[in-house]
Every structure is written in structure tokens, then in C-alpha cells.
Design a protein around this ligand. Structure first.
Ligand code: CA2
Length: 144
């Protein structure tokens, strides 16, 4: 099973500021966690991070017919991007949305998720472990 993990803007800055919200772990720690999870579960896990909305749309489109499932943290684009929502709908690849923080307990503008409307499951507020949980969820529900 091949899973693509997509991260949006500023996720590459994890651990640098706001440890109270996002934890002390860095983006490098997240990449290591993804590799460990792939090894442990016998899965192929690829990752992509971009700060640009159009690049995220391009990467989702490029995944069509190439991956079995996706994990996405659209970061700030969560709350604004109908383009990412439409790309997820267009490719119709089973996708789990992840948020490191519990967005529901934060500012009201973080309570809406456009890409989440096209996702099969959402994990919020579990820190970086949310990515591992998302991969396990996809393996359980769509694994082959
Ligand atoms: O909780 C999440 O995973 C978020 O998707 C993270 C986004 C935020 O805009 C969403 O509302 C919730 C922010 C990504 C990282 O932002 C940083 C900010 C300061 C320092 C390091 C990263």
C-alpha cells in the first residue's frame, strides 16, 4: 500500500516557535516518524511539503492513479482553500485530514475546514502522533 503525506505552509517550521500549541518536535522529527511508521507497518510512505496552495493542488493531482491513500495537513489553507477541497474531490483518493493542534479549541476561524469536507476521517489534537494514527487508520480501512 502506498500512502502520500502532504503538509501545507509553515509545517516545516515546527519546533521553532509556538511549542505550547504544536509541541517541541521538529519537522525532521515528523519525517523520522513517517519513516518509522512505514517500516513498522510494511507500507510505502512518501511525503511532500509546500508553502504554496497551487503546488499542493498540483501534488494532489499528480497522485491520481499513483497512490492508494493520502494524509493531509493543509495547515492554514485548511480554513480558506476551496482549491484544495476541489483537488481532493477530483482525485477521489481516500484521504485522512490531520491537525497537530485541537483546532476546535482555538480561534473560531480555525473551526472550519474546507479540505476536510472531502476527507474520509479527521484526527485533531494528537500532536505528531496524529500522522501515525492516520496511516494506521488508512491501513485498517483501505489496506491491501
Ligand atoms: O494544528 C494544525 O496542524 C494546523 O493545521 C497547523 C497550522 C494552523 O494554521 C492550523 O490552523 C492548524 C499552522 C502550521 C504551523 O505553523 C507554525 C507556526 C509557528 C511556528 C511553527 C509552525
Amino acid at each position: 500500500m502506498k500512502i502520500l503525506v502532504i503538509n501545507g505552509p509553515n509545517i516545516n517550521m515546527l519546533g521553532i516557535r509556538e511549542p505550547g500549541i504544536y509541541g517541541k518536535n521538529t519537522f525532521a522529527d515528523l519525517l523520522a516518524l513517517l519513516e518509522e511508521t512505514a517500516q513498522a507497518e510494511g507500507l510505502e510512505v512518501e511525503q511532500y511539503q509546500s508553502n504554496h496552495e497551487g503546488d499542493l493542488v498540483d501534488r494532489i493531482q499528480a497522485a491520481y492513479g499513483k497512490v492508494d491513500a493520502m494524509v493531509i495537513n493543509p495547515a492554514a489553507y485548511t480554513h480558506t482553500s476551496i482549491a484544495i477541497l476541489d483537488a481532493l474531490k477530483a482525485v477521489a483518493i481516500p484521504t485522512v485530514e490531520v491537525h497537530i493542534s485541537n483546532v476546535d479549541a482555538r480561534e473560531p476561524f480555525r473551526h472550519i475546514s474546507y479540505p476536510g469536507m472531502a476527507c474520509v476521517h479527521t484526527i485533531k489534537g494528537q500532536g505528531l502522533d496524529g500522522y501515525r494514527q492516520a496511516i494506521l487508520w488508512l491501513k485498517e480501512h483501505y489496506g491491501k
